[in-house]
Design a protein around this ligand. Sequence first.
Ligand code: SAH
Length: 213
Amino acid sequence: MDSYKHKGLRSKLTATVKAKGITDKKVLNAINLLPRHLFLDKAFEEWSYKDQAFPIGEGQTISQPYTVAFQTELLELNPNDKVLEIGTGSGYQACILSLLCKRVYSIERQRQLFLKTSDLLRQIGYGSIRTLFGDGYKGAPRFAPFDKILITAGASSIPQDLIDQLKIGGYLVLPLGEGDSKTMTRITKTSEDQIKREVFGEFRFVPFLEGTS
Ligand code: SAH
């Protein structure tokens, strides 16, 4: 399942991500540990350890490792955090999160992808990640409040439901903006009705879509 060759490629990928500016050692360790080739079809294995996004079916992509590391670093995870990811996709980002904190929930709006990835996560030993099928705009009120929420699709506005499901002091990290290029944004819920906004550069993402399919 995992080989010396894969491990070697992974340590190169980790060095690349570090060279691009990721400094959090826990995040770099997680990238170095998690076999990314398990999240791509076998035919595309050789692409797994390039620092690139890649198609995973249903018109969706597995995010670029640098972007995964960047978003994860912004979350400043603590081991006891309860985290919600919006956009399960391949499950790669969810596994990175679960290497850094105990309770991970992840929502996907495409049923086929939800079913396929839920199976995969169980098979590779990440069955503790709670996968949910639904519209991420609405969050997961049954499991709220969350310490951190991460959106892995490009949003054009900040969903109020997600702010409502954050603890005071919690973060919502999301790529935000009107056009194709999104501004990486970290929202802190500073009180019941106030937020603070920080911005961190431009990224490209597949769109955050309302409803399920
Ligand atoms: N985190 C993923 C990245 C997947 S790309 C990974 O590591 O592979 C973004 C994902 O968000 C896609 O799978 C897309 O179907 C999903 N998505 C888009 N809008 C959504 C919504 N409203 N609710 C839940 N998932 C959504």
